[in-house]
Structures are given as C-alpha cells and as structure tokens.
Design a protein around this ligand. Structure first.
Ligand SMILES: *Cc1c(COP(=O)(O)O)cnc(C)c1O
Length: 485
C-alpha cells in the first residue's frame, strides 16, 4: 500500500545493490554443511530490500520526519499527559556510569545506581504521602494490578476471604476494571452524579462486606477534583475496604495535595506521564507503586533498602506478592524521572501543576462557546468537551479529530470517558505557551464553523495528510498490510 510519492523500502530495492562493502575474508569460509544440520540451512536468501546505506538513511530520516511527537507540535491527548521531555534527562540517562552497567553486577559495584533509585523512591513517597514505594512495575496498568494483588494478599492475611469486589467509577480508565478482573476480583461500577463526581449515595449502596477496594483517580477522568474524597475514604474504610489511587492525573495536584493525606492506602504513578518519561509509541514506561505501612509487607520483591551506608535488595520478604518485572524495572525511565524531580525541585513541581491547571482552564473557557461543556466548573489539568452539538449537524467527534490533522495538530483523546457523549478530552500540559494555545483555539473554532457551513469538509477529513481517512474497521481487523511483490 505504497503512497505514490513515498515508496516503501522494498520498492526502492535494486537487485545487487548493497549497503556495505567489506574487504575479502582473510580466513577460510566455513563449510555450512559440515557445521550445521541440513534442516537448519536456509535454502533461499531472505527477501530483504537491497539498497545503499545512504538511501537507507534518507528513507528512514524522511519517515521519521513524518512522525508526530511532542517535539514536533502540540499534543493535547487527554489522560495521557503528553508533556515535554526535557533533553537534560536524556543526557543523564546516557551517562556511562548509568548506561554501561548491568543488572547482574554485584550490588557493591552499582551502589550509585541504587542510591539514585532509593532517592527516587524517597521523593515519590514525599510527593504522594505514602510510606514505601516499589519502582518495579513497568506501567500504570501493571501498577494497578500489582497494588490490587497486594490488597488481596492483605485481606487474605487477615483471613478475610469474602472481599471479592472492586468498586470503579463509571468514568474510570479502562485499565481499572481490567486490572481488577486480572487480579481475580469482580469490578462493580459506582455512578457519577450530575456534577461529574462520584455519587456518594450510590457509593454507599455498592459498598459492603464484600468490598476489597475502591479504585479512584483524583482529579477524575473528567479533570474534576473529587472534593468529597475524605467522606468517600471513610465510607470505604468503615466497610473494611482499601482505597487505591490511580496516579495518572497527579500532574494536576503535585505539590498541592497528596493521595496519602486524602486517605488512600495504595497508589501508582506513571513516571512516563507526570515525570517526563518519553512515551509516545508505547513505552518503555514505569508505574511505581506506593503504599502505607500496613500494606508494606506485601510489596513486590526484592525491595531496595538502605542499611547503614549501603544499599541492598532485600529478598527476605515472606509476605511479598513476588516479583512483577524482571530485574529492577525500567531503569532508564527512573533516571529521567529523577532528573526531572531534581531539576524542578519542590517549588518547580508545584508550579508545573499550577500551569497545567491554568492552561487547561484557559482552553476550556475559550472553547465552551463552540463546543458543549457537560460539567461547567473549574477543571484541573484537563477537561472534557462534548461534540453533541456538532453531531446534530452530522459531524462526529471522530471527524473533528481527523480535521485537526489537516491543521497540523494531534487530536485530543476522543470517545473517552465513556460517560460523556461524543467526548473530546483535552490536556494541554504546563509547558505550552499562550500563543500555542491560541493557535489551537482558533483552529477548533474554525472547525466548528466548518461543521455548520460545509460539513462534508469535516466528514471527509483529513485532506492534507499523507495518509487519508482510514477504514477503521479494516484497520482494526487487519492491522498489518503485507507488501505484495
Ligand atoms: C494512562 C492511564 C492509565 C494506565 O497507565 P499506563 O501507563 O498506560 O498503563 C490508568 N489510568 C489513567 C487515568 C490513565 O490516564
């Protein structure tokens, strides 16, 4: 499926052309038939493109220039926190002392790396108000599962075997009910009220002696702060359940409020979101888990500890849920998060939250004229619009997202959260200049006008991109198109 002006690497191939030239072998070539069994010897050469090194470089450089990332433009992908990744993080992650070590080295030879990890754990404890942190899990979703397994182990250690249910708000991220299911629980939905917050009456109705935990993000996925969190914590704790904090939205409150102080017993953080790990394209991520003293015995092992002046991995944890990730997790992302925290300092992190919230409120108020705002109140770091007004004109949120591509913007998250019709979830992050936000506002208003005046233009978008509108069904069913000669 080549694009006319951009041939595939296979189409650039010319028989006999190579990307390298090496001097003749000075030693005798091996006789394959003598060295290998017949079955392992390839009968035909692999079908690889034959191309010069220069053309190969140009091909991939040109492809990379067609990619879209935080470094190339505004990326308001709600819930994902696509914030700028400071380049000093990369310098630190590439330092020889960090990049040339191996996880199998003796502990005595990697004390510096362990110190960095320990300092990061300490900083994350301080930021979240938790008593202990394990860095091991590789993503938010894995952190959710890890913490739920710990909560399960906690209830079982108390011979409390009837706690089979995990309560999840109807606006929750899809990973929440999924993690609950994978951890062996049944997920139960609690409804939101007309303000977009958890309905306390409904919470009282679903909570009970079978409640293992409530999973919640605060601010929630609508970008709204759950102001009744202390009351919610009391309801769940009184019933014997635990509170789990999905930390994906920490960027809104870092330095201002801590899940530990709100009554949460366990949290995960997404170092690749809040703490500037690059994560477009799927990773690698890092989803550390923090817990209170009560849940500490169940943390994954080994646990990194400081003993006297030395750092060591403690494997002697009889109640641990076990290892959740090979070695010690995604070390490179720890370095980036650590660098970010150290360069920002406590005041800097607080400022980041402040600007993220300011930017989101500015955008929201500028866009509410043209798009419906289902929950009209101050937001935190993100907000949700509804495209229901445009839908009446025959233009759907998907079309608006596609049209944004024509104007050079990465679209916001769409059709999430599920409790908003035709949702558009916008998260500008803290580092965007007012001019950038104004540019986006102007384009969003232009698209709203187009939806009124020339709906086909939006319905058939994108027009100016390299790849035109995809057939979504085929893309989902046949994600890989094979090149046929
Ligand atoms: C991103 C996100 C997650 C999952 O985190 P991953 O690191 O992508 O696994 C969970 N909850 C919310 C609210 C999120 O935005």
């Amino acid at each position: 499926m080549a694009n006319q002006d951009f041939p595939l690497i296979f189409e650039r191939s010319k028989a006999g052309r190579t990307g390298y030239s090496l001097p003749e072998l000075e030693v005798p070539d091996i006789d394959l038939e003598e060295e290998l069994e017949e079955a392992y010897i390839r009968k035909e050469a692999p079908d690889l493109p034959e191309i010069s090194e220069l053309d190969l470089m140009r091909h991939y450089t040109a492809l990379s220039n067609r990619n879209y990332g935080v470094d190339s433009g505004f990326y308001p992908l709600g819930s994902c926190t696509m914030k700028y990744n400071p380049k000093i993080n990369e310098d630190v992650a590439r330092m020889d002392g960090f990049s040339h070590i191996h996880p199998d080295q003796p502990e005595s030879s990697v004390q510096g790396a362990m110190e960095m990890m320990h300092d990061l754990q300490t900083a994350l404890c301080e930021i979240t108000g938790m008593d202990e942190v394990s860095l091991q899990s590789a993503a938010g979703a894995q952190g959710e599962w890890t913490a739920l397994m710990m909560i399960r182990a906690f209830h079982e250690a108390n011979e409390d075997f009837h706690r089979t249910k995990v309560i999840v708000p109807d606006s929750a991220h899809g990973t929440n009910p999924a993690s609950a299911t994978v951890a062996g629980f049944e997920s139960v939905t609690v409804q939101s009220n007309e303000k977009g917050l958890v309905d306390l009456e409904d919470l009282k109705r679903v909570v009970g002696p079978d409640t293992a935990a409530l999973m919640l993000t605060n601010p929630n996925t609508l970008g709204l702060f759950e102001t009744e969190i202390e009351e919610m914590a009391k309801i769940v704790h009184d019933a014997g359940g635990k509170l789990y904090y999905d930390g994906a939205n920490l960027n809104a409150i870092m330095g201002y409020a801590r899940p530990g102080d709100m009554g949460f017993d366990a949290v995960h953080l997404n170092l690749h979101k809040t703490f500037t790990g690059p994560h477009g394209g799927g990773g690698p991520g890092s989803g550390p888990v923090g817990v209170t003293e009560e849940l500490k015995p169940f943390l994954p092992k080994p646990l990194l500890e400081k003993q006297g002046e030395a750092y060591r991995f403690n494997y002697n944890l009889p109640n641990s849920i076990g290892r959740v990730k090979p070695y010690y997790g995604n070390f490179g992302i720890y370095l980036r998060a650590y660098t970010y925290i150290r360069t920002m300092g406590a005041e800097g992190l607080k400022k980041a939250s402040e600007y993220a919230v300011l930017n989101a409120n500015y955008l929201m108020r500028q866009l509410e004229e043209e798009y419906d705002l289902p929950f009209d109140q101050h937001c935190k770091h993100e907000f949700v619009l509804s495209g229901r007004r445009q839908k009446k004109l025959g233009v759907r949120t998907l079309d608006i997202a596609k049209r944004l591509l024509d104007y050079g913007y990465h679209p916001p998250t769409i059709y999430f959260p599920l409790n908003v019709e035709e949702a558009l979830m916008v998260e500008p992050t803290e580092t965007e200049a007012k001019e950038t936000l104004d540019g986006f506002i102007e384009v969003m208003k232009k698209i709203a006008a187009e939806a009124r005046d020339e709906p086909e233009l939006v319905q058939e978008a994108p027009h100016d991109t390299i790849v035109k509108r995809m057939d979504e069904t085929t893309a989902a069913r046949k994600p890989i198109l094979r090149y046929e000669k």
